[in-house]
Write a protein that binds this ligand. Structure first.
Ligand code: FES
Length: 117
């Protein structure tokens, strides 16, 4: 089934599917430039926080992405990598949601709520 895109401020929305730790699905439409953290927190997706306000300092926005989506992203910057290391995240498909700004390439992305090892 095809879901028509909603126009947000004249722009086509970017569709994001969040899956929380219980497997519950949250389909949300957002704007280009929003971060995975701000979209999740503004829609009360459980398990994604933004305690540091997106300053790459708390790790409460940890998410897991599929490889297809990761291919559209730059590698984590040093600060993000250091925090992921501090959290003990061993899998390379984990990212901090506050550091991922939405682009059209991410339309249809599935974002799994994650927790540190
Ligand atoms: S919101 Fe704090 S690290 Fe992402």
């Amino acid at each position: 089934m095809t879901v028509p895109l909603t126009k947000l401020g004249g722009l086509e929305a970017i569709r994001i599917r969040y899956v929380d730790k219980t497997g519950k699905i949250y389909d949300i439409e957002a704007n280009e430039g929003d971060t995975l953290m701000t979209v999740a927190t503004s829609h009360l997706v459980p398990g994604i926080g933004g305690d540091c306000g997106g300053n790459c300092a708390c790790g409460t926005c940890l998410v897991r992405l599929d490889q297809k989506s990761l291919n559209f992203l730059n590698a984590p910057a040093t600060t993000e990598r250091e925090l992921l290391d501090f959290l003990g995240v061993s899998e390379c498909n984990h990212r901090l949601g506050c550091q991922i700004a939405l682009t059209r390439d991410l339309d249809g992305v599935t974002v799994n709520v994650a927790e540190a090892d």
